[in-house]
Design a binder for this molecule. Structure first.
Ligand code: ZN
Length: 255
């Protein structure tokens, strides 16, 4: 039986995610921006929270952990980097580790850049990538703790996953991201179509997530820093991938 995944808003623009295994009845939250909305969805579905899979230490991803742990006694899995203030951690994981949620298996990808401890969770059986603040739809996270080359390597690692995987990212930033991409890649038909779809979804208050990784590979300029067309568009023809990625990120920072 396939897992059930729920997507819902938390805080101002975070996504809350629950993944439920109907066989074992285990349910994991991917990050815990705040307890309230997560508990509401759990109650609505009649699910009990057994796990929290943490992607990185930022407050808007861990703020709900203490209350959820108190309520459900759930297991908290977090990145191996212990220099960060993630509360109530039971298990630390690193690159190549797997996490079980009942019959569901998540692979851990280390993706430093936004923070040094950032990890993503990949559920291959569900074709699901929980990319948090590394890869957004149409964008990528700000590079707070790592370097631009480090972030570019992390994005390239996620890009190795197949096109039919769905991306579940940390924030609803898609409309602004797609607008930024259009400013660089104005004649990209797939991007123009995605922009229309995003505008329609947002007009009725619907999330733009999940999105197919294959579509991101075609439309997200931050996954295309090694594409000569993108290098030319930012006037860095012949420069390195790292230079092009850095220029894209700098431009986005200022946008
Ligand atoms: Zn973050």
């Amino acid at each position: 039986m396939a897992a059930e995944i729920r997507v819902f808003p938390c805080l101002s623009d975070n996504f809350g995610y629950l993944i439920h295994d109907p066989q074992s009845l285990k349910t994991a939250a991917i990050d815990a921006p705040e307890a309230g909305p997560i508990m509401k969805v759990l109650q609505r579905e009649g699910w009990k929270l057994t796990d929290i899979l943490v992607t990185h230490h930022h407050a808007d991803h861990v703020g709900g952990i203490a209350e959820l742990k108190k309520t459900y006694g759930c297991k908290v899995t977090a990145p191996h980097d212990q220099g960060t203030a993630i509360p109530e951690v039971d298990v630390r994981v690193a690159e190549g580790d797997t996490v079980q949620v009942g019959a569901l298996t998540a692979r851990v990808f280390e993706t430093p850049g936004h923070t040094l401890d950032h990890i993503c969770y990949v559920f291959d059986s569900e074709l699901a990538l929980f990319s948090a603040d590394t890869l957004f739809s149409g964008g990528c996270g700000r590079v707070f703790e790592g370097t631009y080359p480090m972030m570019w390597q992390s994005l390239k690692k996620l890009r190795t996953l197949p096109d039919d995987y769905r991306v579940y990212c940390g924030h609803e930033y898609t409309a602004a991201n797609v607008k930024f991409c259009l400013g660089i890649d104005a004649n990209n038909e797939a991007l123009k179509k995605r922009a229309e779809e995003v505008a329609q979804l947002r007009a009725v208050g619907k999330p733009t997530i999940p999105v197919l990784l294959g579509l991101e590979k075609k439309t997200n300029v931050f996954l295309r820093a090694d594409d000569p067309a993108i290098a030319a568009a930012v006037r860095l023809k012949g420069f390195s991938e790292d230079d092009v990625f850095g220029e894209l990120r700098e431009r986005k920072n200022k946008s």
